[in-house]
Design a protein around this ligand. Structure first.
Ligand code: FAD
Length: 301
C-alpha cells in the first residue's frame, strides 16, 4: 500500500503554502520523515494524498548567527547543528541535545523543526530550545508570526500547528554571552534503539559567585514541555555552590511529577533520576559560566 501518492519539493515558502492550500488538508508537511514515516507505517491504512517536503527551501535550512540572535531554520538537521562550532560555543545545550538524537542516520535527516512539530514533551531538541527561551516563527492560519516555544505545544503529540495547512519556519534565541552558559544531559536505556528516560537542559548566568538567573527544563515531566519554575526561583540569587545545586536537585524531586512509561521507566525511578540529572547539568552549566569554556559533551557525529 502506498503511504502517499504525490511528493512535492517546493523551493520557496510561498510555493509550499500554495501546495498545502491546493490539497486542502490532504497533504502533509514532511522534513526528515523520521517521525512521520514511522507513524504512517504504524497506522494501518494511513496515507496522504501528497507530501510537501520543506527541506529544499533555503530560508528553512540555514543557521544565521548575529550578535543579538541566532536563527535556525526548521529544516536544519540535527547533524548540521552538531557540526556548528558557533552553536557549540554559544548554544552548547542545543548541540548536546541534537547530538544524542537517534543514531547518525536519524541525525543526518531528522530536523529541529520536525522534533518540535511532532510535539512530544521530551523531544531532545525541544528540551534545549525551552532552556534557551527560544521563539518559533510560524505561519498559522495564513498569518506569519513569532511565538514563545512553549506555545507550540497543546498536549502530548499535539502541536499548535496543523501540519496539513501551517508551517514552522525558524527558531531564534539569544546566544550566550559573558557569564552565561548552557548544558544538556540525558538518561536513556540503550536497548537496540536508545530509549530516552529523562532529559535536562539548563541555561544560567552567574554574577561572580552567585547564580543571577536560570532557566531549567526537565522532560518529560508533564503532557507538554515545561520550565521547572520552582527550581529556577530557588536558584536565582543563591551562591553558585555544591550546596545550592544539591538543594535545587532535592527541590526538583519534590515538585516535578514524572509519569510511569511502560517501556522507559517508572515514575519513582524517573523522580530519583531528576535529582541525578539536575546535579549533573547544573554543575556543568555553572562551571562553564564561571570559566567561559564550553565544549559539548557526549555528542555523536
Ligand atoms: C530510530 C529513531 C530514533 C530516534 N531518537 C530520537 C531521540 O533520541 N530523541 C528525539 O528527540 N527524537 C528521536 N527520534 C524522533 C525524530 O527523529 C526526531 O523527532 C526528529 O527531529 C524529527 O524530525 P523530522 O525532520 O524527521 O520530522 P518529520 O518526521 O519529517 O516530521 C515530524 C512531524 O512534524 C511535521 N513537520 C515537520 N517539519 C515541519 C514544518 N517545518 N512545518 C510544519 N510541520 C512540520 C510533520 O508533518 C510531522 O507531523 C527518533 C526517531 C527514530 C526513527
Amino acid at each position: 500500500m502506498k503511504l502517499w501518492h504525490h511528493y512535492h519539493t517546493p523551493t520557496s515558502i510561498d510555493e509550499a503554502l500554495a501546495l498545502l492550500k491546493q490539497y486542502d488538508g490532504e497533504a502533509q508537511v514532511i522534513a526528515g520523515g523520521t517521525d512521520l514515516l514511522v507513524d504512517l507505517r504504524a497506522e494501518e491504512g494511513a496515507a496522504f494524498h501528497a507530501l510537501v517536503d520543506i527541506t529544499a527551501i533555503p530560508e528553512l535550512t540555514t543557521i544565521d548567527v548575529q550578535e543579538s540572535a541566532i536563527t535556525i531554520g526548521a529544516g536544519v538537521t540535527h547533524s548540521q547543528i552538531v557540526r556548528s562550532s558557533t552553536l557549540a560555543a554559544q548554544a552548547t545545550c542545543l548541540v548536546e541535545s541534537c547530538g544524542v538524537v537517534g543514531g547518525p542516520q536519524v541525525r543526518n535527516v531528522g530536523t529541529l523543526g520536525g522534533n518540535v512539530a511532532h510535539a512530544l514533551p521530551a523531544g531532545d531538541g525541544t528540551t534545549s530550545l525551552v532552556a534557551l527561551d527560544a521563539e518559533a516563527e510560524i505561519i498559522l492560519n495564513g498569518e506569519r508570526r513569532w511565538v514563545p516555544i512553549l506555545d507550540m505545544y497543546k498536549g502530548p503529540g499535539q502541536s499548535l500547528l496543523d501540519s496539513t495547512r501551517d508551517l514552522l519556519l525558524r527558531f531564534r534565541f539569544k546566544p550566550t554571552g559573558a557569564g552565561e552558559a548552557t548544558a544538556f544531559k540525558r538518561i536513556m536505556r540503550p536497548q537496540g534503539v536508545a530509549l530516552p528516560i529523562l532529559g535536562c537542559a539548563v541555561w544560567l548566568r552567574v554574577d561572580g559567585d552567585t547564580i543571577a538567573e536560570s532557566r531549567v527544563c526537565i522532560a518529560p515531566a508533564g503532557p507538554t514541555p515545561l520550565r521547572a519554575s520552582e527550581v529556577e526561583a530557588f536558584l536565582n540569587g543563591k551562591p553558585a555552590s555544591e550546596t545550592t545545586i544539591d538543594e535545587a536537585a532535592e527541590l526538583g524531586q519534590q515538585v516535578l511529577n514524572p509519569r510511569t512509561s511502560k517501556y522507559r521507566a517508572t515514575a519513582d525511578y524517573r523522580r530519583e533520576m531528576i535529582g541525578v540529572l539536575l546535579r549533573r547539568t547544573l554543575t556543568l552549566a555553572t562551571k562553564r559560566a564561571q570559566t567561559g569554556v564550553a565544549v559539548p559533551e557526549g555528542v555523536g557525529m
